[in-house]
Write a protein that binds this ligand. Structure first.
Ligand SMILES: N[C@@H](CCC(=O)N[C@@H](CS)C(=O)NCC(=O)O)C(=O)O
Length: 198
């Protein structure tokens, strides 16, 4: 096992159900593995578009972007998540907001998500105002570009930094290999449940 703490970055979009799985599992392992977990809201629309554009060119087939949410709803949601990520000092609030977002994804109403997550009306108001600001739009863009620089083609996308080396994993079904890379033990999706109760 490595001596220094492993940094794990989770690039996610609330429009990606697989991101939810990865988010949940990484939260469960947060205090089990020697890791520092960072949430990175990235915009799947752009990531998809980038990969689909290349595929479309290569195969000579016109492609469209599949999405359960409208592009505007999805982008609004991710601007909201970006504000919350910027306010990460209160990490537990961030998690609750992300989870609540994901659980009401089809409605995708930012204010409702914030209130459900336990934020006050004033806090929600402030986040909503900030989420429409240019710096937040730029931040979501730059985190998405950061993911693309790692050749990200889909979400969830997990970047593990161990002893100065970064390794990337796509999907919520690569935890076993990821655990091997970071020198930790994969105990399935429920690390805190004893065998007797499973
Ligand atoms: N096998 C992956 C699939 C993840 C997945 O399909 N993610 C979608 C977004 S919800 C995606 O980014 N797909 C792009 C691709 O597959 O190229 C998992 O189990 O997590």
């Amino acid at each position: 096992m490595s001596s220094s703490r492993t940094i794990i970055e989770l690039f996610y979009d609330v429009d990606s159900p697989y991101s939810w799985l990865a988010f949940e599992v990484l939260c469960r392992y947060r205090n089990v593995w020697n890791i520092d977990l960072k949430f990175k809201p990235a915009y799947l629309g752009v990531i998809y578009s980038s990969d689909l554009k290349l595929l479309s060119e290569y195969f000579g087939v016109p492609m469209f972007q599949p999405s359960s949410l409208s592009e505007k709803d999805s982008l609004n949601a991710m601007h909201f998540a970006t504000v919350v990520a910027e306010k990460e000092k209160k990490g537990d609030t961030l998690e609750k907001v992300i989870l609540t977002y994901l659980s009401i994804i089809l409605q995708c109403l930012s204010a409702q998500a914030g209130l459900k997550a336990g934020l006050s009306a004033n806090e929600v108001e402030e986040i909503l105002t900030l989420s429409k600001s240019q710096p937040i739009k730029d931040k979501l863009k730059s985190v998405t570009e950061e993911a693309l620089e790692y050749k990200c083609f889909g979400l969830p996308f997990i970047v593990c930094h161990v002893n100065g080396k970064a390794e990337v994993f796509f999907g919520s079904d690569r935890f076993e290999l990821m655990a091997y890379f970071i020198g930790e033990r994969w105990m399935g999706p429920h690390p805190n449940k004893s065998k007797a109760t499973m």
